[in-house]
Design a protein around this ligand. Structure first.
Ligand code: SF4
Length: 376
């Protein structure tokens, strides 16, 4: 089973922290959709007729697409890919787009999961991040989505925001828990280079994100989600049992996917490719019948490192048995030694021959994983 990702690179306004590929100029929206449809056809052989389990509209802001545009995209995907076993179709959506009328139209499309970018219920945070929606819209859109028939709803919340106290953070989480959600994605605010946020921090208009405060927010996040019955299953993802994102879980287990749209990545089990991050360049090349992408074949070392990194970030953890199969005896004994040291520091536990990070360890998940990597 495989997945399809579609990148919709348009937003109403630029959030100060965002370094994803998007444009606030929506003039090329219909040309872009036409190019997506062509790319779907150009890439149809890549998944070798494997049945599609999940489709994910990410961005950018996919909720800027009309229901008609979404239906056209589905029709084209159905022409070129086997959608007979489709289980999950996610649309990332912003609260200001989720009007009752739009939600009702969406119900007539195959979209069956909403991932709503709320980020915070506090007006001051939304202003600091330059989000396009307000706190009222954030509170309204989730119950309205559920009333209109969406049963599978995820929300995004950001922690570590300058000025967000521990009480504010708990309040944000508890507000999310009383809404009809079954999934939460939560990320630390990161000051990415070349963003407005980076400029505000370097000019002194805003303090930097405080790592200690962000760390304490993360610990609260793990604790309160557990108590609310939405425990973590990946370092940034939390779900009621059985409601984990199928699409993202398939990335973490190395399944194949095709990525359509500017900046989208694809993986066919051996080769990774990525499209250029330019809407104009993407449309021009697709219209010439060319794929606007570069690719690389992963080395055995890169595949191993990716396996370690993704497994360690999940609650299932890193299987020591599988790790042993994927590396030589010397590397495996080094890994066991490092794992033992981290266990002494209470950064991880070994359960059923799997390495599982503790809450403290999750804060350093990527750094711990890199200590286990094969260096080539
Ligand atoms: S809406 Fe999402 S993609 Fe668009 S600027 Fe904001 S964070 Fe970035």
């Amino acid at each position: 089973m495989a997945g399809i990702y579609l990148h919709i690179p348009f937003c109403k306004q630029a959030c100060h922290y965002c370094d994803f590929h998007f444009s606030v100029n929506q003039n090329k929206k219909s040309d872009l959709v036409a190019a997506l449809l062509k790319e779907a056809s150009l890439r149809k052989e890549e998944l070798q007729n494997e049945a599609i389990k999940t489709i994910y509209f990410g961005g950018g802001t996919p909720s800027l697409l009309s229901a008609d545009a979404l239906l056209r995209i589905f029709d084209t995907l159905a022409e070129h890919y086997d959608l007979s076993a489709l289980q999950e179709v996610t649309l990332e959506a912003n609260p200001d787009d989720l009007t009752a009328a739009y939600l009702r139209e969406l119900r007539h499309t195959p979209v069956n999961r909403l991932s709503i970018g709320i980020q915070s219920f506090r007006a001051v945070d939304l202003k600091l991040m330059n989000r396009a929606h307000d706190a009222k819209q954030a509170l309204r859109c989730v119950p309205e989505s559920a009333d209109i028939g969406f049963e599978n709803i995820s929300v995004d919340l950001i922690y570590g925001i300058q000025g967000l106290s521990q009480d504010d953070w708990i309040k944000n989480l508890n507000t999310a828990f009383i809404l009809p959600i079954n999934h939460l994605s939560s990320y630390c605010l990161t000051v990415e280079p070349q963003t407005k946020l980076a400029k505000l921090v370097s000019s002194g208009e805003l303090p930097n994100v405080n790592d200690d405060i962000a760390g304490s927010h993360f610990e609260m996040l793990i604790e309160t989600t557990e108590a609310a019955g939405i425990p973590w299953y990946e370092v940034s993802n939390f779900a009621k049992p059985g409601m984990e994102s199928k699409h993202n879980s398939s990335y973490w287990s190395g399944e194949k996917y095709v990525g359509l749209g500017p900046g989208a990545h694809s993986f066919n089990g051996v080769k990774r490719s990525w499209n250029i991050k330019s809407n104009t360049g993407y449309i021009q090349q697709i219209n010439k019948g060319q794929l606007p992408s570069e690719s690389e074949v992963l080395t055995a070392g890169e595949k191993f490192n990716e396996f370690v990194l993704t497994a360690l970030r999940t609650r299932r953890g890193l299987s020591l048995e599988k790790t042993k199969q994927l590396c030589d005896d010397l590397k495996f004994s080094e890994i066991k030694q490092t794992v033992h040291q981290k266990e002494q520091l209470a950064l991880l536990n070994i359960q059923s021959n799997h390495v599982i990070l503790t809450t403290k360890g999750l804060l350093f998940a990527d750094a711990i994983a890199s200590e286990l990597f094969i260096i080539s």
